[in-house]
Write a protein that binds this ligand. Sequence first.
Ligand SMILES: [Cu+2]
Length: 150
Amino acid sequence: MIRMSLAALLTMTGLAAAAEPAATVRELNRGLVAGETFAYDPALVRVPVGGSVRFEPTDKGHNVTPIASLWPAGVPPLNVPFNSEATATFDRPGVYPVQCTPHTGLGMVALIVVGDADMDEFAAKAASAPGLTPKARAKLGVLAGAAGRS
Ligand SMILES: [Cu+2]
């Protein structure tokens, strides 16, 4: 019931549900890196244009929201409510940074890279974008660097 209504919601916002997710991002209370708390796993996802990402509330108390100052212009925001599973499809190339509302200050952010994207340009924007906590900004820089090398 929840999944159906959420799928309808995502379709309304232009992010349609997909049957075959290209990637799954788990929401965790403990990151895979020693000492890291509250993390998406993986925090860096690459999908082709038209690819989809499934968000899985492995641990409770997390959500997925856009980092507004870095979200691609003209693309409806992606919002996955707390403790909800959702699949979003990305139809336009670009870099889509997301955060967990209560844990962005602890660096709970992720990057979804769709198609070919200029990671140097994104990293430069992230370095000066307003409204980012220091840990979120630092992690976005690391993720953008990793994406640029892959
Ligand atoms: Cu969280």
